[in-house]
Design a protein around this ligand. Sequence first.
Ligand SMILES: *[C@@H]1O[C@H](CO)[C@@H](O)[C@H](O)[C@H]1NC(C)=O
Ligand SMILES: *[C@@H]1O[C@H](CO)[C@@H](O)[C@H](O)[C@H]1NC(C)=O
Length: 326
Amino acid sequence: MKEWWIQVGLLGIPLLAVYLHIPPPQLSPELHSWKASGRFFTYKDRNIFYQDSWGAVGSSEIVVLLHGFPTSSYDWCKIWEGLTQRFHRVIALDFLGFGFSDKPRPHNYSIFEQASIVEGLLGHLGLQNQRINLLSHDYGDTVAQELLYRYKHNRTGRVLINSLCLSNGGIFPETHHPTLLQKLLKDGGLISPILTRLMNFFFFARGLAVVFGPYTRPSEAEMWDMWAGIRTNDGNLVIDSLLEYINQRKKHRDRWVGALASMAVPLHFIYGPLDPVNPHPEFMNLYRKMLPQSTVSILDDHISHYPQLEDPMGFLNAYLNFINSF
Ligand SMILES: *[C@@H]1O[C@H](CO)[C@@H](O)[C@H](O)[C@H]1NC(C)=O
Ligand SMILES: *[C@@H]1O[C@H](CO)[C@@H](O)[C@H](O)[C@H]1NC(C)=O
């Protein structure tokens, strides 16, 4: 019986490893092929993953997709095919700290840096003088707002924006209600590093399910794909640092809301109205009041915070109607 604690320890380590899913989950065949069809480019020594599909021959238009938190470019997989039938080029990236891109730690993640990465990608692809249609979601909305601000102010290296379509995102800090897990990770002080280490698939899936509509939750396999994207390069350990964007949105509210309000290019918003993070009608009322020049598509009542995954057809139709309207 002596040194019983060694035995407990030896038993405990594999149990903890199972709990924490060490090693990280394998990529599903779908996610693996998503990765295989993409590429990396280097932004200041960081590897950034992106997809660049050549599509419709009759068109010369380009769409760039900006994903949300805490997921990746894979969020666009259900509408990718549809977009390639309409656009000459469909481009999406994984922001720094997300998906297959590098996840440096410690690092002060910022919306400004992500916007510079988008500019860097377009420069890398030789598209800095082309007009770009931006389609964004959640975290990506804020990056799009910063790109818009730079565009408006004629910043060197700016993306030439042809149109902007936002979707469910906290563009107004005052109507944004982060989930409990987001709040804990962001403001948890000493708790957040522990939480990011203890977070496993079970807690992640529970936490993310609340931002999907009851009939449109991802399957278990789809949840695993999202989790595998986060776990790549130990991304769970940078989540608290990425969440700093919520504070940045508050701090730079006037810059970013102002960029939308004075927008001279076509603007649209696709909204899943069941979104607990940006609730209806509070959010939409403020949106219409602040941005009367924008058109809006409100999807079915049961669609929530991830409209492009929950209702890909509805989302795609809404977007193509917008694109075909100018
Ligand atoms: C992040 O920003 C803080 C405050 O500006 C600074 O003290 C710290 O060195 C920065 N960390 C890194 C990794 O750049
Ligand atoms: C940006 O450039 C345009 C065209 O050259 C000019 O009309 C506009 O005043 C400039 N805006 C700013 C903020 O400098």
